[in-house]
Design a protein around this ligand. Structure first.
Ligand code: CMX
Length: 424
């Protein structure tokens, strides 16, 4: 048994007992109320979901298992996976065991390459990536064993599927890139490389100094989890609550990530930055950025990479990417533009009354760093986000199955019934 599974088998029973007792003693206590505006407003702020892997306080941003992001940006994605699942960072032996386990699972079935090769050449990279995951559903150990296992064992098979998927995603994502953008033959994984390093290697971009591998590690760490209510995590959790296996659940979540108001914003954001540069013939001045920001808003469009449904401060994930940019590509004109946009756009958005949060989110800067290292096909960026988000979605699902959370089923009402409720 892997050390991760041993660890979880050791800690979960007490956690489950504690939760059962907590709910039994306090089940009728009120924790949230729902206003009509919330019902018609994307259920914002209603506290009705459980997520023990991470939390996003509006004034702080992402906290993973009690650790603020600034404390863990130097960690490997594998360490973050362990942290999300167990609540602790792994020691050296545990990390090595997890890495060896993932490496033993990284072979991708040949039919995945065949199916990707047959997809239309103008397919969106996210459609290719999600198709590849979904077509592997036949490998699900949860689905294969469902009729023979007890509810108490669900988490173990969800963990098995999760590790199988997470281990394969870098190779699949790298192939989607090389295939979709005519970059040449598929590159085999590098023996002994960690997840981020291997992903960078298989993408096949020039990385003499290893800085791109570092960016991939950071990228996979920063996007991994963002509590339970975001579209990708919530969609995946809802599907998983029906006991659909991880292949079905993860693709459901990642299909949500493919939307322009969620993960696709990173591609939109770089597009907006490059448009600004093209319009003004190079790195624009503050005044030019301000002008283009107003033009975008007046045209009824959003400024991608800015605003957030929960956050009310600069996203610490943006801060981490920004720090990486200052260290690794401060003389790059695209990064310089992102830096300038960061100075100007919040001041403009503050003047628009309806906007709750004028500050940059995770997507505002990451594209410029990828662009710097030659990953210029911004339609691909949400795939990168997905490889990382899979780590959080899978972790949340393992925990949810361990807690035995039931099928998700909030109550909906027709507008006429809401009118009756409000008017008495
Ligand atoms: N530019 C222009 N208008 C914006 C805006 C922005 N960056 N952020 C919010 N607004 C607008 C909203 O569109 C909304 O307008 P309407 O009432 O006319 O529809 C209004 O301000 C109020 O929105 P809000 O309460 O501030 O924000 P929401 O919780 O409704 O939406 C988000 C949050 C992220 C969808 C929104 O800020 C947005 O569209 N940002 C740009 C896209 C983006 O960067 N998305 C990535 C988010 C991170 C992620 O999930 O990956």
């Amino acid at each position: 048994m892997s050390l991760l599974k041993q660890k979880l088998a050791g800690i979960l029973p007490d956690q489950i007992k504690d939760i059962k007792a907590f709910v039994a003693a306090n089940g009728d206590k009120k924790v949230s109320e729902v206003t009509l505006a919330q019902a018609y407003g994307g259920i914002r702020g209603v506290k009705a979901l459980i997520c023990d892997t991470s939390e996003v306080p509006p004034d702080k941003g992402l906290i993973i298992r009690g650790k603020e992001l600034g404390e863990i940006t130097d960690k490997l994605p594998e360490e973050i996976l362990w942290l999300l699942l167990t609540g602790e960072l792994p020691n050296k032996e545990e990390l090595a065991d997890l890495q060896a386990d993932l490496q033993s699972r990284q072979d991708v079935p040949t039919y995945v390459w065949n199916i990707l090769n047959e997809m239309p050449s103008d397919s969106h990279p996210m459609a290719m990536f999600n198709t590849a995951i979904l077509v592997m559903q036949r490998e699900s150990k949860f689905a294969k064993n469902y009729n023979d296992i007890t509810k108490a064992e669900y988490w173990e098979y969800t963990l098995e599927d999760s590790l199988d998927i997470i281990a394969k995603l870098p190779a699949i994502a790298a192939f989607v890139y090389r295939k979709r953008f005519d970059k040449g033959a598929r590159i085999e994984p590098k023996a002994g490389a960690d997840l981020g390093e291997n992903y960078a290697h298989m993408l096949g971009l020039n990385d003499d100094k290893g800085a791109f591998a570092n960016l991939m590690r950071l990228y996979l760490t920063l996007h991994s989890d963002h509590e339970g209510g975001n579209v990708s995590a919530f969609s995946a959790a809802t599907v998983n609550s029906a006991l659909s296996d991880m292949y079905y659940s993860l693709t459901a979540g990642l299909n949500g990530l493919a939307g322009p108001l969620h993960g696709l914003a990173n591609q939109e954001c770089l597009k907006w930055v490059l448009e600004t540069m093209e319009m003004f013939g190079g790195t624009p001045t503050d005044e030019q950025i301000e002008k283009y920001t107003w033009e975008t808003l007046d045209a009824g469009k959003v400024i991608p990479g800015y605003g957030h449904a929960v956050l009310r401060v600069t996203d610490p994930r943006f801060t981490a990417f920004h720090a990486f940019g200052l260290e690794n590509c401060s003389d790059d004109p695209v990064f310089q533009t992102v830096d300038r946009v960061f100075r100007v756009v919040p001041e403009v958005l503050k003047q628009v009354e309806k906007i709750s949060n004028p500050w940059p989110n995770v997507d505002a800067g990451s594209g410029s760093l990828l662009y710097h290292f030659g990953l210029k096909e911004f339609e691909y960026y949400t795939v990168l986000f997905s490889v990382s988000r899979a780590i959080g979605i899978c972790s949340q699902s393992v925990i949810a199955r361990a807690y035995g959370l039931p099928i998700t089923r909030p109550k909906s009402l027709p507008t006429a019934k809401f009118k009756q409720l409000v008017n008495g």
